[in-house]
Design a protein around this ligand. Structure first.
Ligand code: ACM
Length: 761
């Protein structure tokens, strides 16, 4: 604690002896967790006669205070004796966004030195006020008890971002406002809008009206078709009717924001403490524009090139004329000092063997197409700077040489050296690695804790280099997120875990975060957020019994009611309630889902029960410790395709691990040997992988977690006789960073990483 903090704390303790000396945070449920909480006793009674008093800096704080006025509060002169909220400018507070919030029985005192800090103080206050202040309409609510407490708080990072791709699917202004409210509630302060991509141009550009009159509307594409197929079993995948319109005599799908509307959104966000960062992604991801202006590409045509679509040509002056016209309007419209140029996933091979590119490369001394891209980015950066703006680009801006004044947004988990390279070049970084921050990735029981465990410094950065990390951000790519409900399901509660990383990281506090999350499920419910419920646990998707078994699950909340069916239908509110112990005596498929009182429903879980005899152990083998490990540095699209002709290395390994210091970007492995079952009984295996994996025990596939996917866990039980059982684990990594973990629960044991002493070969 600094000197100022000590002094302030002493003053608080003198002024308010009700505060306990020990830190007791347990009864508060603030997310992100404040840096310091001193518990109090009793509560402040909030009513519609509570007055707000602004001392110094009143005008700057008024947008933050408007939040409170929404709950029947009136601004007042300074002379109100009690039941008041005093918001004070206090230059002695250390951090710009830091605040002190002191709640006593007759007074709430907020001390800040910036408007931003006032927003965060009020966000904390609103969380302390609980569900009542969030309930729409407030009908019948007369008072709210706000628990006494003293809080000193400040953020870990200045950039606490949320990105939203409004190109793949369009989200309207009303919904963006809702998102801004929710971001501010969790102290996020940057809203990065991915405004253009191949699938749609979403912002009016006055110089090129067709970009939106035509480019914002599409015939349904293959991603839409996937969503429509998924909508047959999950209505949240339905493409919203409100985004269909007749355009040029055809029914099309899309939408856009006029500049006037965007100005309104910017003002709304500013009044919540949130800054909007525009991204116009170029030179790649430009098909919405190049369909209309194919002359901007190197070959004069628009469409898919090799891996990505035809990019703008960096060797034509017409490209710069177009880009500068667009960004002139962007720079004038958005007050943020940052503009995002994108520059990711560019099909640079399209620039090879093009006379004007060869000429430019010769003239500028550029040797590769990477350097050509760098030329484009640097030239755009100069243009941004001429408008008083700073350039952000995805981490591909490192390729071909990066300007030291650019800001890199790190996303490619499979280029783990990128942050170190950027740091050594002294450039600022924003951390959004796919593994942790891509909230379009499917979720399972491990996803939330994974986000919570994200360490944005874990890239071999020195203390000095860490200063270059300006913050973290959740990225929401919407190829398969067409609706607001689906978006919320993907984003919440992961966003709360990232809020904690962004504001006040403390990994040992997972159990405490989990506790606070229980309260926040009610708060999210009161905000009508379709959050993904924490998982029901304690079972395997493939379960077995020998004579009979009991299903006993673990609910994430006491008040959750779990219902089930055995006829293949999705359980609804009229399905049977799952008892605390369900006797299973015959093979059955059981589907279950959890319900809570606000109408929210969990995922649907399927358990297949199979009757088994204990699998005979193998005998007569002389075995040694460890597993045989085989390595194939080749891309396979699934583990079933591994081909022995590609074998490059083999070793003995103690456990399920990849015992190599370096791997090819795409590769496959096999672990082969025996699993020793110490007793006869039912064993559960849980296999998590990114990408695909297959576990075989005996001569059968026990877990099929195959194919290209994010980190997903699958589990299965097997009845094993005591002794050795053939074991094989196949794994494929397609690129982008890998995960491979195998856990086992022995009869009457706990699920944990398989004890290496149980592996033999
Ligand atoms: C990206 O995900 N292409 C930045």
């Amino acid at each position: 604690m600094n000197i100022l903090g000590k002094v302030t704390l002493r003053i608080i303790l003198v002024l308010c002896p009700i505060f306990a000396f020990a830190q007791q945070q347990d009864k508060y449920a603030i997310i992100p967790r404040p840096v310091k909480i001193i518990a109090g006793t009793g509560s402040f009674t909030w009513s519609n006669s509570t007055k707000i008093v602004l001392i110094n800096g009143g005008k700057e704080f008024s947008p933050a205070v408007d939040e409170l006025k929404a709950f029947s509060l009136k601004c007042s002169a300074q002379s109100v004796p009690a039941n008041k909220v005093v918001l004070k400018y206090d230059p002695s507070i250390n951090a710009d966004e830091g605040y002190h919030l002191i709640i006593k029985k007759n007074l709430i005192e907020i001390k800040v030195k910036s408007t931003a800090a006032a927003f965060w103080a009020i966000a904390t206050l609103k969380q302390l006020m609980g569900v009542k202040v969030l309930a729409t309409g407030q009908v019948g609510i007369k008072t709210i008890a706000v628990p006494c407490v003293a809080i000193e708080d400040h953020p870990r990072f200045a950039w606490r971002g949320v990105h939203l791709d409004v190109s793949r699917h369009f989200f309207d202004l009303a919904y963006l406002r809702t998102m801004i409210d929710r971001m501010a509630y969790y102290k996020f302060n940057k809203f990065h809008l991915h405004l253009t991509d191949d699938q749609g141009w979403r912002l009016e550009i006055k110089k090129y009206p067709e970009l939106t009159s035509k480019g914002a509307w599409r015939k349904l594409n293959n991603q839409d078709t996937v969503c429509m197929e998924l909508a047959k079993t999950n209505p949240d995948y339905t493409l919203p009717q409100k985004h269909f319109k007749m355009v040029d005599g055809e029914l099309k799908y899309g939408g856009f924001y006029t500049q006037e509307e965007m100005r309104g959104l910017i003002a709304y966000a500013t009044n919540k403490g949130v800054e909007i960062i525009p991204e116009i992604d170029m030179p790649g991801h430009m098909m919405a524009a190049t369909h209309l202006m194919p002359w901007l590409t190197a070959k004069g045509k628009s469409g898919l090139a090799k891996d990505f679509t035809e990019p703008l040509c960096p060797c034509k002056e017409t490209t710069y004329e177009f880009a500068e016209n667009v960004f002139s309007e962007i720079a004038a419209l958005f007050p943020s000092k940052y503009i995002h140029l994108g520059a990711d996933e560019v099909e640079k091979s399209s620039w090879k063997n093009i006379p004007q590119c060869e000429e430019l490369m010769k003239k500028e001394g550029l040797k590769t197409v990477d350097e050509l891209q760098s030329y484009f980015v640097r030239r755009m950066e100069k243009f941004f700077n001429s408008k008083g703006k700073k350039l952000i680009g995805w981490d591909e801006i490192l390729d071909g040489g990066v300007s030291p004044t650019a800001t890199m947004m790190y996303w490619r988990t499979w280029v783990p050296k990128a942050p170190k390279i950027a740091a050594e070049k002294g450039i600022e970084m924003l951390m959004t690695p796919g593994e942790y921050c891509y909230f379009d990735a499917q979720q399972d029981g491990g996803s939330l804790q994974k986000v919570y465990g994200f360490d944005p410094y874990n890239y071999n950065l020195t203390t000095a280099e860490r200063k270059k990390v300006k913050g973290v951000q959740a990225n929401i790519w919407t190829e398969y997120i067409p609706s607001e409900r689906r978006l919320e399901y993907m984003v919440f509660p992961r966003l709360l875990a990232l809020a904690e990383v962004a504001w006040n990281k403390n990994e040992e506090n997972w159990p405490d975060f989990d506790r606070r999350l229980q309260v926040h499920t009610q708060l999210m419910g009161a905000m009508n957020i379709n959050y993904r419920m924490p998982d029901i646990k304690g079972f395997a998707e493939k379960s077995v019994f020998v004579d009979s078994a009991y299903l006993t699950i673990k609910k994430p909340f006491k008040e959750m009611v779990v219902r089930y069916t055995t006829n293949g239908t999705i359980p609804g509110l009229s399905a049977k309630i799952l008892p605390s112990k369900l006797l299973i005596k015959a093979p059955v498929q059981l589907k279950m889902a959890g319900f809570i009182s606000n109408g929210n429903k969990s995922d649907v879980y399927t358990i297949d029960y199979e009757k088994q005899a204990y699998l005979k152990a193998v005998t007569g083998k002389k075995l040694e410790s460890g597993l045989k490990f085989y390595y194939y540095p080749v891309y396979y699209k699934n583990a079933k395709s591994i081909n022995e002709k590609d074998l490059k290395a083999e070793k003995i390994t103690k456990a399920v691990e990849i015992p190599l210091t370096e791997t090819a970007p795409s590769f496959a492995t096999r672990h082969v040997g025996y699993f020793y079952a110490p007793t006869t009984g039912i064993y559960t295996f849980a296999l998590r992988s990114d990408d695909g994996s297959l576990l075989k025990i005996g001569d059968k596939v026990l877990i099929d977690n195959d194919g290209m996917h994010f980190s997903i866990e699958k589990s299965a039980e097997i009845a094993l006789e005591k002794g050795y059982h053939p074991f094989e684990l196949l794994f494929v990594e397609g690129g982008g960073g890998y995960t491979l973990q195998l856990q086992c629960k022995q009869p009457n044991g706990q699920l944990k990483a398989v004890d290496p002493s149980l592996f033999f070969h």
